[in-house]
Design a protein around this ligand. Structure first.
Ligand code: GTP
Ligand code: MG
Length: 365
C-alpha cells in the first residue's frame, strides 16, 4: 500500500491533489486541520492535511486479479458511507453519533450521510456541524420544512389525530396566535361529542378567547355549523381522538368530513411520546384523507426527536407547529431548518431545548 500526505488550504484543494496523484481509487485514511509554521516558525497558518492510500500496482498481483470482477470506480466525493468500521471524517462521525443518539432510524441516517459526504468534501470553507447538517437536510425535506402557519388561503383547519395527542389544546394555542397576534377572526366547531368532557373543554377555550363555537353531533350539524360561522376568517375544527391505527376509523372520519375544497386544510397531530412505528402507521392510514401539514406535540416530554425527522422525511409534509407544554397559548415553538439541525448536533448534546418561542400575547389567556 502506498500512503501519502497531501496538504491544501481547503479540503477540496487537498482532495484534488489526492485525485491527481492516486486517481479515484484512493482511500482516505484521515483528514484534519494542522498548523504549518512558515518564516523560521514565526508565522503560523492553518491548513488541511489529508492522508490517502492506494494499492501499489505490482506486476504479479495484476495477473492474479485478472480473474476477479473489477470494483466499480466511484469518485471519492460520491462514495457512500464506507460502513461503521471504515474511516469516516471526524466531523461526519460526530454528527452521525448525535443523530443516532436522537434515535434517527438507520435508513433516514443513511440518506443524511449520503447528502453529507459530498457536502463535506466539496466545501470551500469550514462549515460548523449545524451548517453541514442543515444543508444535508435541505434536499431531504420539503421547503420550508417548518411553515409555522396555516396556508395563506386556508379558511377551515381540521385537526385530526390519535386519542389524547393534544388536538384541542393545540387548536386553542393556534387560534390564540391567529386572533391575538395576526388579528384574524376565528371560530370553533367541535365534532368531538364522543367523549363527555370534550365539548366543555373547547367551550372553555372559546370563552377565554372570546371566539364563537358550534357543536356538531351529526354530519348535517357540521354542514350547518360551517354555514353559520362562514363569516370568520379561519374556522378551527376539533375532531374526536380515535385509534387511527385502525383503517375503519379513518374511513369514518373521511365520510364525516365529506368533500373538501382547496381552502380546507387537514392537520395531522402527532404526539412525540409515541413509538415511531405507531406514528408511521398513523401517517399511512391518513394518506386517504390527504393531510396538508403535520403538527408535533409533547416535545417537552421526550429527550429524543429522531422520529420527528424520520416522519418529515418519509411523509414529505411541512410542519405547522411543534408544541412543548400544556400552557395555552405559550407552549408553541416556531422552528426552522437551522434551529432543527441545531437541536440534533448541539442542543441535544447539552440537554437543552431550542429557544425559539412565541411570546405571550398581551391578553389574559
Ligand atoms: N406535556 C405536554 N402536554 C400536552 C401538550 N399538548 C397537550 N398536552 C396535554 O395532553 C393532554 C391531552 O390534550 P388534549 O388537547 O385534550 O388532547 P386531544 O388530542 O384533544 O385528546 P382527545 O380529544 O381525547 O383525543 C392534556 O392534558 C394536555 O394539557 C404538550 O405539548 N406537552
Ligand atoms: Mg380533544
Amino acid at each position: 500500500m502506498n500512503v501519502k500526505r497531501f496538504y491544501g488550504k481547503t479540503v477540496s484543494d487537498a482532495m484534488n491533489q489526492v485525485k491527481q496523484a492516486f486517481g479515484n481509487e484512493a482511500v482516505i485514511l484521515q483528514d484534519r486541520q494542522v498548523i504549518k509554521k512558515r518564516f523560521l516558525g514565526l508565522k503560523k497558518e492553518k491548513i488541511i492535511e489529508v492522508i490517502a492510500a492506494t494499492e501499489e500496482k505490482e506486476e504479479k498481483r495484476e495477473i492474479v486479479q485478472k480473474s476477479v470482477q473489477p470494483v466499480p470506480q466511484v469518485p471519492i466525493a460520491q462514495r457512500p458511507n464506507p460502513g461503521a468500521k471504515a474511516y469516516q471524517p471526524e466531523q461526519l462521525e460526530r454528527i452521525v453519533r448525535q443523530l443516532e443518539a436522537q434515535g434517527v432510524m438507520s435508513d433516514t441516517l443513511k440518506h443524511i450521510q449520503h447528502e453529507m459526504y459530498p457536502l463535506y468534501y466539496k466545501r470551500e470553507d469550514e462549515r460548523t456541524d449545524v451548517e453541514l447538517l442543515e444543508q444535508a437536510l435541505e434536499p431531504l425535506l420539503v421547503n420550508p420544512p417548518f411553515r409555522n402557519a396555516l396556508k395563506e388561503d386556508t379558511t377551515v383547519a381540521i385537526f385530526v389525530g390519535q386519542t389524547g395527542v393534544g388536538k384541542t389544546t393545540t387548536i386553542a394555542k393556534i387560534a390564540a396566535l391567529y386572533k391575538l397576534k395576526k388579528q384574524r377572526t376565528v371560530g370553533f366547531i367541535t365534532c368531538d361529542t364522543y367523549r363527555i368532557a370534550a365539548v366543555d373543554q373547547l367551550i372553555t377555550y372559546s370563552n377565554i378567547l372570546d371566539v364563537p363555537i358550534e357543536v356538531a353531533y351529526t354530519k348535517e350539524d357540521y354542514r350547518l355549523a360551517r354555514e353559520k360561522l362562514k363569516h370568520v376568517d379561519i374556522l378551527f375544527v376539533d375532531t374526536a381522538g380515535r385509534n387511527y391505527q385502525d383503517a375503519d376509523r379513518v374511513e369514518e372520519l373521511c365520510e364525516w368530513l365529506g368533500e373538501r375544497d382547496d381552502t380546507t386544510e387537514i392537520v395531522l397531530t402527532l404526539g412525540l411520546t409515541a413509538k415511531e412505528s405507531d406514528l408511521l402507521r398513523v401517517c399511512e392510514q391518513f394518506e386517504k384523507l390527504h393531510v396538508d401539514q403535520l403538527l408535533f406535540t409533547k416535545f417537552d416530554e421526550t429527550k429524543t426527536i429522531g422520529e420527528m425527522l424520520t416522519l418529515m422525511v418519509k411523509t414529505q409534509l411541512p410542519v405547522l407547529a411543534v408544541t412543548n407544554g400544556q400552557a395555552v397559548p405559550d407552549d408553541l415553538l416556531q422552528l426552522d431548518r437551522y434551529s432543527f439541525a441545531n437541536y440534533f448536533v448541539k442542543e441535544a448534546a447539552m440537554g437543552e431545548r431550542p429557544s425559539v418561542r412565541i411570546t405571550k400575547p398581551n391578553a389574559n389567556v
